[in-house]
Design a protein around this ligand. Sequence first.
Ligand SMILES: Nc1ncnc2c1ncn2[C@@H]1O[C@H](COP(=O)(O)OP(=O)(O)O)[C@@H](O)[C@H]1O
Ligand SMILES: [Mg+2]
Length: 253
Amino acid sequence: MTATAPARPETTSLATVGLTKRFGGVTAVDGATVSFHHGKVNALIGPNGSGKTTFFNCVTGMIRPDEGTVTYRDADITGKAPHRIARAGVGRSFQLCRVFPRMTVMENMLVAVRSTSLRRQLSSARNAEELDRARGLLARVGIEHLEHSLARDISYGQQKLLELAGVLMADPETIMLDEPAGGVNPALIDRIATLVRSLNAEGKTFIVVEHNMELVMGLSDHVVVFDRGRPICEGTPSVVQSDPRVLEAYLGI
Ligand SMILES: Nc1ncnc2c1ncn2[C@@H]1O[C@H](COP(=O)(O)OP(=O)(O)O)[C@@H](O)[C@H]1O
Ligand SMILES: [Mg+2]
């Protein structure tokens, strides 16, 4: 007879209590109390307009929540500036990919970690070390051959890989991805999935918003389902998939 190991309590990564954000009459995030698991691939799913991106913006300091608290590894980060949250170990990508179109792929990698002018960066003593690191990460996401291309000349999927490589430049402990597979061709989606798996195996925590259910269910350890700005269900992919509230939220029945 095989003994079942007792379930180990999860260590909390990012968590919110009563998080609320209103835009005029619209309550985009509505008293959301959520916690994600440290060292795991977490997914945040839900219908369009259910508040996922606004939730990301609130927890990463892009916008200030109206109510509620955000903690990261038990430290209160509510309302802190984005660079302070980044320094605490949380990196993120954007739903609509954010790269500088007129800069080269390599320049995008270097500005991802520096707020100083590009001229200063290029003359910096740390230049060689950073270039090496950037090249290594571009190779890891599979676009090292595009180093000298302008970001606007590479495909949208490649731009998303560039954005992910840029996020990795700061070596964040936790990586938040907003629709990494949105608008990306199937071959590159596979590459993104492989990258998430291997980075997670190295210890990185992920919190991923994604509409591609096959990807979400294949990749995640823990899924939180949002509807109208708050979680309605959470658990393993199989638990969430068989919950009638989830179907109801997606189909509006
Ligand atoms: N800057 C904004 N101003 C006004 N309304 C917004 C703004 N951002 C989001 N919303 C509204 O908040 C709700 C949640 O949007 P969003 O967070 O983008 O959802 P999701 O990412 O789940 O699709 C939607 O009704 C959206 O129209
Ligand atoms: Mg969104």
